[in-house]
Design a protein around this ligand. Structure first.
Ligand SMILES: [Zn+2]
Length: 211
């Protein structure tokens, strides 16, 4: 593996190697090829149900919450118990854009490939004030899964090249079908933010662009 094509941080390199493995598994050969998590979900034994499919099982109140007041508080949900055929049911927030759904689904796929136990969702303990908090283990696996999923969607080597070519985060986001926030997060964790800003100048170029 060419070390020049890996991020400068140890953590970043570790995540990148997993992400490259996932992309190879998905059959992608070039680092700038777009990864479609919906295709990969099949191999991760995830059954992605549309919200319409689960709607009949929800009460009006639940539905109103999930799509209304609570819509920004969840990105996706997975059933911790597998279906009889071994697949795991997952539902993505239908109010989120396709680009956000790609990142959510990719995180779920990473959990499967990293062998994270579904019970992670149930592991909770109380802190000294009696509030329910997720255990540290959760925070670690969540960070791993999200980071690797994001790296699989936006690989470091292609990202670096695009940044050096002067592409904006929105242009890169459009290319990989992810949110520009995810691209900027990738630029930052990959230690490319300084380069990005110096090439983009004072920031006028991207702040003038509409979403
Ligand atoms: Zn997760």
């Amino acid at each position: 593996m060419d070390l020049a094509n890996l991020p400068p941080t140890r953590k970043g390199r570790n995540y990148e190697i997993h992400a490259i493995g996932l992309r190879e598994f998905a059959g992608l050969r070039k680092d700038d090829e777009k990864l479609n998590p919906f295709e990969l979900a099949y191999y991760a034994k995830l059954l992605v149900a549309s919200f319409e499919q689960i709607e009949p099982f929800l009460t009006q109140e639940t539905k109103a919450h999930l799509l209304g007041t609570g819509k920004d508080k969840w990105s996706g949900g997975a059933c911790s118990q597998a279906l009889p055929d071994g697949r795991k049911l997952i539902v993505l927030n239908p109010t989120h854009t396709k680009n956000r759904q790609n990142a959510t689904l990719m995180e779920e796929i990473s959990h499967v490939f990293l062998g994270h136990k579904p019970s992670r969702l149930a592991i909770k303990k109380k802190n000294k004030d009696g509030e329910i908090i997720a255990r540290d283990y959760n925070a670690i696996v969540e960070e791993q899964a999200y980071s690797i999923g994001a790296a699989a969607l936006v690989p470091y080597s292609a990202l670096k090249r695009f940044v050096e070519m002067g592409k904006t985060s929105r242009e890169i986001a459009e290319h990989f079908e992810v949110s520009y926030q995810l691209v900027e997060y990738r630029i930052k964790v990959s230690r490319l933010w300084k380069t990005y800003l110096s090439i983009q100048g004072d920031g006028n170029r991207f702040s003038n662009k509409s979403a």
